[in-house]
Write a protein that binds this ligand. Structure first.
Ligand code: T68
Length: 838
C-alpha cells in the first residue's frame, strides 16, 4: 500500500527543548516533561515522577540518533546482526545512556540546579531483570559493544512482564518476590503495534497440490497469538549509532473472541486472552527442571517466529527477494533456547514463500551461528516428541526431513557405523524419544562456538565430539568479554578518573590501552591513589551492607567476594568450608595473628533448586554465629548481600580485594564476573576453569592465586573412582568443619537441617569439594600472606587491571564480526536537526 503521508511536504522542526543540551534548556525540558508527561505540579510530584521526567528528557536526546540509525541501515541495505536471545539482562538504562551519550555531567548539573538529588532519581529506576545470569548479561554487553563499534544489530527477545524474582532473606532463607518492573511504566521502550505479527500453535498439517502441480504442506493451527514488538534504543559510546532491542509481547488476536462471546461464553473468551498473554508473562529461572515445560517451548517458538517474520518483512520492504536473505542477516543463536529458529526459517521459506528445500536449506545454514554456553549434561535442551508434535507439528516434520538428509550424508562418510548415527541424530532414541536442540543448532548453523578456550576445547572433545569430527571447520572459540562502559566507567567512576588522568580516555573504547598503566606500578604516588580509591569504594560498600543487612564490616579488612548464581558447581559451599576452617583455627588459637576478612556473598538460587537454597541458609547460619562471636573480635565477618542483580553488582565489583572463581574445573563455561572483578582491581583465587585460564595467562601466574585439580585431573579421578569419605577421614581440618555443621552448632542445635548437604558431600560430592579442599585452604593462606604486604598487593592489583584488555566485549564482538557474521561497521551521519541553542 502506498504511503498516505506526503512526506516531502512535511518538515520536522525538532524543538530545542527536545535536543538542546544547555543547562537552561535541560532544566526547562525536565520541568516540561514533569508537567506534560507525568501530569504533575512540582509540588506534588514523587521521586519517581521526577525520575520519569528525567528519563524522557534523556530519551528525547537520543531519538534522532536512533531514527537516523534505522534509516541509514534501511537506505544502505546493510547486513544486520540479529542476536536471538531468550534473555537480555540490561541493567538500568538511565546512567548508561548518559555515559554513552556523553551528557552525564550536564544532566547532573541541571538536576541539581532544580534542587533535586541526582543519585536519588537514578536509584528510582527498576532494572529490567529479563535474564538469569551470565548468558543474559553477555547478550547485554554484546549489544553495547555492537552499538559502540557501529555494527548494525538488532537484539530480539521476550518482553517478560515479570523478570527474575527479587530476593529477600528471611531467617537466613531465600524468599522469592515477584518482580514488577513495569508497574510504574517503562520510559525506555516504544511499542510498535503496527509491526505486530501472528504466531501459530498446535493443530495439524495437511498436504495439498498447488496450481503448478507441486506437493505442498499447510499447517492448520488450533491457536493463533499476536506478537507486539517493543523497541528500546541501545546507544553506542561516543558514536551516533543507536541500535534496537526489540522484545515481543504476546496478546490475544482480538481483545475478545467474538464467536465465543456471542454465544454467551464471556468467561471463556476472556480466558483465551489470559491464555495467550501467559506466553510472555514470566521468565523461567534457570536450573529449575525446565524439561517438558510446555510454556517454555511456547515462549521459545513465539519469540523466534516473531523475530524471523520481522526480518523477512524488513528484507522485503526494501524491495529485495528472499534469495539474498543470508547476505543481509547474520542470525546468532544465544544457546539453544532460540534453536527452533532453524526449523521455523525453513517453514517460512518453504511453506509460506514456496521456496524449494535445497535453496531454503542453503540460506538457513548460511544465516545461522550457534553459541554454546554449557557442558552440564542436565542443561542440554531436549523436548519430547509428544510435546513437540502437539505444539509444533509442522516443525517436527521439518526436523525429521533435516535429520533424514543429514544422516544420509553421515552414512556416506561413516558406512555401517550405527552407533555414530544414533549419537548424531537430531532425535534421541535411547529411551523415551526427544528432539535434541543442540544437534539441530549444529546441523543448521555454519558456525558453532564455545565461550572460552577451555570450554571450546572440551565441547569438541565431549558433548559435540561427533559434530566436531564431522565438520571441524564450523567450530571456533569466542572468549567472552564485558563492556568497560558499564563495568568500569559507570560502576567505578573514581578509578576511571584516576586512570584517565594518567593515560587519557581512549582505553574506554580500546581496552588494550590499559597496558599503559604498567609504567606506573612503581610510582608510589599513583599506587597510593590506587589504594585510596579501593579504600573509598570499600567504605561505600560497607555502608550499603549496613543498610541492607545491619551488619557492620571493617573497610580495612580483606573484602573476599563471591557473587554469582548459587549452584553446587560454583561451590559457594567450598567457600563456606574455608570460613568454618578459619573460624575453628581462631577458636583454637584465639591470639592467632590473622588478616581480618569480610566474606561477602551475593546470588540467587533457582526457586526449585533445594540444595542451592540450603547453601544460602548455610552461609547465613555461619554468619550468624561468626559475626557475633566475641572471640573473633571482628577478625571475620560473613555477609550475604540480598538481591544480587545488575544494580547491586555495580558497587560490589569495585570493592573487592579478592574475587572467588572456584568452580570445579571443566564446569564453568567461561564466567564473566571473573572479568569484572579483575578489571576493577581484585585479585582472583580460582581454578583452571572457563576464562580463568585465560585471565591468568594475561595477568601473569604471579598475580593470580591458583588452586585445585585441572579439568583432566577431575576426569581421571572420576574415572578411577572418587571417594569423598577418604578425604574426610584423612583430613582433620575438613572433618572438623563438616562435623561442626552436623553437630547443629550453626543451626540452633538442629542436627538435621544441613544433613542433605553434608550427606551429599560425604557420599557423592559430584563437584569434588573434598578433593580440592586442602589446596583451597593452602591457597587462601597465601592470599592472606600476600595481603599483609599492601604495597605489593596494590602492584598486583594495578597489573591485573593493566592486563585485562583482552576481556572487553569489543574484542569479542570484533571476532564474531570477522569470523562468523561477515559484517562491517556502518558509521551514522546525523543531519543537524537543531544546533544546540543556548
Ligand atoms: C552462562 N550460562 C555460563 N545460563 O554458565 C557462564 N541456562 O559460564 C558463561 O560465562 C555465561 O553463560 C556466558 O557465556 C548461563 O548463564 C543461563 O542463564 C541459562 C538460562 C536458561 C537456561 C539455561
Amino acid at each position: 500500500m502506498a504511503s498516505l503521508i506526503p512526506s516531502e511536504k512535511i518538515s520536522i522542526v525538532v524543538e530545542d527543548d527536545r535536543t538542546g543540551l544547555s543547562i537552561t534548556t535541560l532544566k526547562r525540558a525536565i520541568a516540561d516533561n514533569l508537567f506534560y508527561n507525568q501530569g504533575k505540579f512540582p509540588t506534588i510530584a514523587s521521586k519517581n515522577d521526577y525520575y520519569l521526567a528525567l528519563a524522557y528528557t534523556v530519551r528525547d536526546r537520543l531519538v534522532h540518533h536512533w531514527l537516523n540509525t534505522v534509516q541509514t541501515y534501511l537506505k544502505q541495505e546493510v547486513k544486520v546482526v540479529c542476536y536471538l536471545s531468550a534473555e537480555f539482562l540490561m541493567g538500568p538504562h538511565l546512567n548508561n545512556n548518559l555515559i554513552n551519550l556523553g551528557i552525564e555531567s550536564r544532566i547532573r548539573q541541571a538536576v541539581e540546579e532544580l534542587g533535586l538529588d541526582f543519585q536519588e532519581l537514578v536509584d528510582q529506576e527498576e532494572e529490567p531483570g529479563l535474564g538469569n545470569g551470565g548468558l543474559g548479561r553477555l547478550a547485554a554487553c554484546y549489544l553495547d559493544s555492537m552499538a559502540t563499534l557501529e555494527i548494525p544489530a538488532i537484539g530480539y527477545g521476550i518482553r517478560y512482564e515479570f523478570g527474575i524474582f527479587d530476593q529477600e532473606i528471611r531467617d537466613g532463607w531465600q524468599v522469592e518476590i515477584t518482580d514488577k518492573w513495569l508497574q510504574y511504566g517503562n520510559p525506555w521502550e516504544i511499542a510498535r503495534p503496527e509491526y505486530s505479527v501472528q504466531v501459530n500453535l498446535g493443530g495439524h498439517t495437511e498436504t495439498y497440490v498447488d496450481r503448478d502441480g507441486n506437493y505442498r504442506v499447510r499447517w492448520l493451527p488450533d491457536r493463533v497469538i499476536k506478537g507486539i514488538p517493543y523497541d528500546t534504543p541501545i546507544v553506542g559510546y561516543q558514536v551516533n549509532t543507536a541500535n534496537t532491542l526489540r522484545l515481543w509481547k504476546a496478546e490475544a488476536i482480538e481483545s475478545f473472541n467474538f464467536q465465543t462471546f456471542n454465544i454467551g461464553n464471556y468467561y471463556g473468551a476472556v480466558n483465551e486472552k489470559i491464555y495467550s498473554e501467559n506466553i510472555t508473562k514470566v521468565l523461567y529461572p534457570n536450573d529449575e527442571q525446565l524439561q517438558g515445560k510446555q510454556l517454555r517451548l511456547e515462549q521459545q517458538y513465539f519469540f523466534v517466529s516473531c523475530s524471523l517474520q520481522d526480518m523477512i518483512r524488513l528484507h522485503l520492504s526494501t524491495g529485495n527477494s528472499l534469495d539474498t536473505f543470508d547476505g543481509k542477516f547474520a542470525i546468532q543463536l544465544n544457546d539453544t533456547h532460540p534453536a527452533i529458529a532453524i526449523a521455523e526459517l525453513m517453514r517460512l521459506l518453504i511453506d509460506e514463500r514456496f521456496m524449494d528445500w535445497e535453496q531454503a536449506w542453503s540460506i538457513t545454514e548460511k544465516s545461522f551461528g550457534y553459541t554454546n554456553h554449557t557442558l552440564l549434561p542436565e542443561a542440554l535442551e531436549k523436548w519430547s516428541l509428544e510435546l513437540f508434535n502437539r505444539l509444533l507439528p509442522r516443525h517436527l516434520e521439518i526436523i525429521y526431513e533435516i535429520n533424514r538428509r543429514f544422516l544420509d550424508r553421515v552414512r556416506i562418510k561413516y558406512p555401517q557405523d550405527n552407533d555414530k548415527l544414533a549419537r548424531l541424530s537430531l532425535i534421541d532414541e535411547t529411551g523415551a524419544r526427544y528432539v535434541r536442540m543442540a544437534h539441530l543448532a549444529c546441523v543448521g548453523s555454519h558456525a558453532i562456538n564455545g565461550v572460552a578456550e577451555l570450554h571450546t576445547h572440551l565441547l569438541q572433545q565431549t558433548v559435540l565430539k561427533d559434530f566436531y569430527q564431522l565438520f571441524p571447520e564450523k567450530f571456533s572459540n569466542k572468549t567472552n568479554g564485558v563492556t568497560p562502559r558499564r563495568w568500569m566507567v559507570l560502576s567505578n567512576p573514581r578509578l576511571t578518573k584516576l586512570i584517565c588522568s594518567k593515560i587519557g580516555d581512549s582505553w574506554i573504547k580500546n581496552l588494550d590501552e590499559l597496558r599503559k598503566l604498567e609504567q606506573f606500578v612503581d610510582d608510589s604516588a599513583f599506587c597510593q591513589q590506587w589504594q585510596q580509591i579501593k579504600q573509598e569504594v570499600k567504605q561505600d560498600l560497607a555502608i550499603r551492607i549496613r543498610q541492607r543487612t545491619g551488619i557492620i564490616v571493617n573497610p580495612n579488612s580483606l573484602f573476599d567476594i563471591q557473587a554469582k548464581r548459587i549452584h553446587e558447581y560454583k561451590r559457594q559451599h567450598l567457600n563456606a568450608l574455608h570460613i568454618i576452617t578459619l573460624y575453628n583455627c581462631l577458636k583454637q588459637n584465639p591470639n592467632l595473628d590473622v588478616i581480618p576478612r569480610t566474606f561477602i556473598f551475593g546470588g540467587k538460587a533457582a526457586p526449585g533448586y533445594w540444595m542451592a537454597k540450603l547453601m544460602i541458609k548455610l552461609i547465613n547460619s555461619v554468619g550468624e554465629i561468626v559475626n557475633q562471636d566475641p572471640d573473633i573480635c571482628d577478625r571475620m565477618k560473613v555477609v550475604f548481600f540480598p538481591d544480587y542483580n545488575v544494580t547491586n553488582a555495580q558497587p560490589i565489583y569495585p570493592a573487592a580485594d579478592l574475587s572467588e572463581q572456584i568452580s570445579t574445573a571443566g564446569k564453568e563455561a567461561s564466567g564473566t564476573g571473573n572479568m569484572k572483578f579483575s578489571l576493577n582491581g581484585a585479585l582472583t583465587i580460582g581454578t583452571l576453569d572457563g576464562a580463568n585460564v585465560e585471565i591468568r595467562e594475561e595477568v601473569g601466574a604471579e598475580n593470580f592465586f591458583l588452586f585445585g585439580l585441572t579439568a583432566a585431573e577431575v576426569q581421571q579421578l572420576k574415572t578411577k573412582g572418587y571417594n569423598p569419605r577418604d578425604y574426610y577421614n584423612s583430613n582433620p581440618q575438613l572433618k572438623a568443619a563438616i562435623d561442626l555443621i552436623n553437630s547443629g552448632f550453626f543451626s540452633h542445635g538442629d542436627t538435621e537441617l544441613f544433613k542433605p548437604l553434608t550427606e551429599s558431600l560425604l557420599n557423592y560430592d559430584p563437584y569434588l569439594l573434598f578433593a580440592d579442599y586442602q589446596s583451597y585452604i593452602d591457597c587462601q593462606k597465601k592470599v592472606s600472606q600476600a595481603f599483609r604486604d599492601r604495597a605489593n598487593w596494590t602492584k598486583m592489583s594495578i597489573l591485573n587491571v593493566a592486563r585485562m584488555g583482552k576481556f572487553s566485549s569489543d574484542r569479542a564482538i570484533k571476532e564474531y564480526c570477522r569470523d562468523i557474521w561477515n559484517v562491517a561497521p556502518v558509521p551514522i551521519e546525523l543531519e543537524d536537526l537543531c544546533p544546540d541553542g543556548q
